[in-house]
Ligand binder design. Sequence first.
Ligand code: DGL
Length: 267
Amino acid sequence: MDNRPIGIFDSGVGGLTVAKEIIKTLPNENIVYFGDTARVPYGAKSKDVVTKYSKQIVRFLLTKNVKAIIVACNTVSSNSLDALRRTFDIPFIGVVEPGVKSVLETTKNKRVGIIGTEATIRSGMYGRLIHDADSTIEVFSKPCPLFVPLAEEGWYDNDVARMTAELYLDELISCGIDTLLLGCTHYPLLKHCIGETIGEAVKIVDPAKNTAEALRIILEKNNMLNDGSEKPTNIFYVSDITDKFEKICLKTLKKTYTPAKIDIEKY
Ligand code: DGL
């Protein structure tokens, strides 16, 4: 048994959609969340910069004595996870492999759409891992960068969100996909709008559940689960204070949390 907290991080509020599933799947665990609200978005940045930022975040989380780290960001998971694993001696769980598992479990016609940030799509990681598992699956990828500021702004389902979704998704609709993977942890906040646009025939897949399950398996296997002897705590840190973070916390986790601001550049 190990009662140290789980570290979770993202460029901003997107990782809260993963935190929600982790709290649901592992309700005894303590959580320390970091959202890089001062430097979001990561999706338009280079691999080197994303790796540098994520190493700083990991160093910060290690000061909180975390026992495992969830990389609740597809951009980091697809560009920097190998570098993190090489640098730090702690279990990391990214969102890409769990996302691939969800795709394989869902598609019937083997035509799959992947949406994500520019950096995630550019990495080609989803396509590679899907083809490694099943080379007959056809993958159609589309970067949708504007979904990130829409999610950060709380514009989940207004005219601007709907028009943006139509412009991005039209091309995928014409590809005949039966599965659409939300390859960015911000996108589940716009799931309703994305679902209405893509149509009922396409199943929307969010890696969060399988990510939480992957964490559960690792903790169980290594006898690292929290023994549940104390009420769990959820603590939130950000690199810049925004009232939006609190609002999205409330929407996602159904509870008010006030994040503490830290200077991430110091790490
Ligand atoms: N939520 C992140 C992801 O899953 C990153 C969004 C961004 O910062 O561009 O990719």
